[in-house]
Ligand binder design. Structure first.
Ligand code: PGA
Length: 252
């Protein structure tokens, strides 16, 4: 039986003081932890603070990005080992904002995914189509291409033994437009099928999160779908009450 993961992607938001307030409110509000893994993704400069606030709590944390390189002359980059050093268990890989605004290709993302696994971080691989691609009927082709970048590697499907996938249609991110539960379920089931072509048990155990304008009022209908195992939440994760309510939707 797969658990739910509720992940908060804070993007480039927050300050030292707002981070403390937000973390404390989430920490104090969490009740359900048997069936849900809670993870927050603060910007890099706050990782030490978050580590301090969350060590020995029921909430885990991660970074929003990482370098595909181990160390060296890569000004401005952050390695997997550095992220690990601040207690992170997770890292986002291939978020659509990284793909679209920073030119991250499928191959770069695959290298980052491997760097995360090699450092014992759990990557959350973000995949999803743009509005134009959906309108052209290309959704499945796009997610297949994004998955294949990793599946074609020599370790291939085995890399998903300790990884999460987030299906995030680009047209739903930050727009207030959510995929309907049926639209999301169709693609989640398709993603699972793609994994199952390589390994049935990995396909069955891999968590596939939905992302794109998840809010307290739409979370329940999304999370009750068979192949939706929680959410990668952007905007609503900056409000403690909304984030907690989204988590509560898992068990209702
Ligand atoms: P959103 O962002 O919830 O604000 O749409 C989701 C994401 O980018 O992961």
């Amino acid at each position: 039986m797969r658990k739910y993961t509720i992940a908060g992607n804070w993007k480039m938001n927050g300050s030292k003081s707002s981070v403390t307030t937000l973390i404390n409110s989430i920490k104090n509000g969490i009740t359900e932890t048997n069936n849900i893994t809670w993870v927050v993704f603060p910007p890099y400069p706050f990782l030490e603070q978050v580590e301090h606030l969350l060590t020995n709590s029921k909430i885990l944390w991660g970074a929003q990005n990482l370098s595909e390189h181990k160390a060296g002359a890569f000004t401005g980059e952050i390695s997997a080992e550095m992220i690990k050093d601040f207690g992170c268990s997770y890292v986002l890989v291939g978020h659509s904002e990284r793909r679209q605004l920073y030119g991250e290709t499928d191959n770069i993302i695959a290298a980052k995914f491997v760097a995360a696994i090699n450092a014992n971080l759990i990557p959350i691989l973000c995949i999803g189509e743009t509005l134009q691609e959906r309108e052209q009927g290309l959704t499945k082709k796009i997610v297949d291409r994004q998955l294949d970048a990793i599946l074609k590697l020599s370790e291939g499907i085995k890399l998903f033994n300790n990884a999460i996938i987030a299906y995030e249609p680009v047209w739903a991110i930050g727009t207030g437009i959510t995929a309907t539960p049926e639209q999301a379920q169709e693609i989640h089931a398709h993603i699972r099928l793609q994994l199952a072509k390589y390994d049935g048990s990995i396909a069955k155990q891999t968590q596939i999160l939905y992302g794109g304008s998840v809010k307290p009022d739409n979370a329940k209908s999304l999370f009750k779908m068979a192949d939706i195992d929680g959410g990668l939440v952007g905007g609503a994760s900056l409000k403690a009450q909304d984030f907690l309510d989204i988590g509560r939707a898992c068990n209702n």
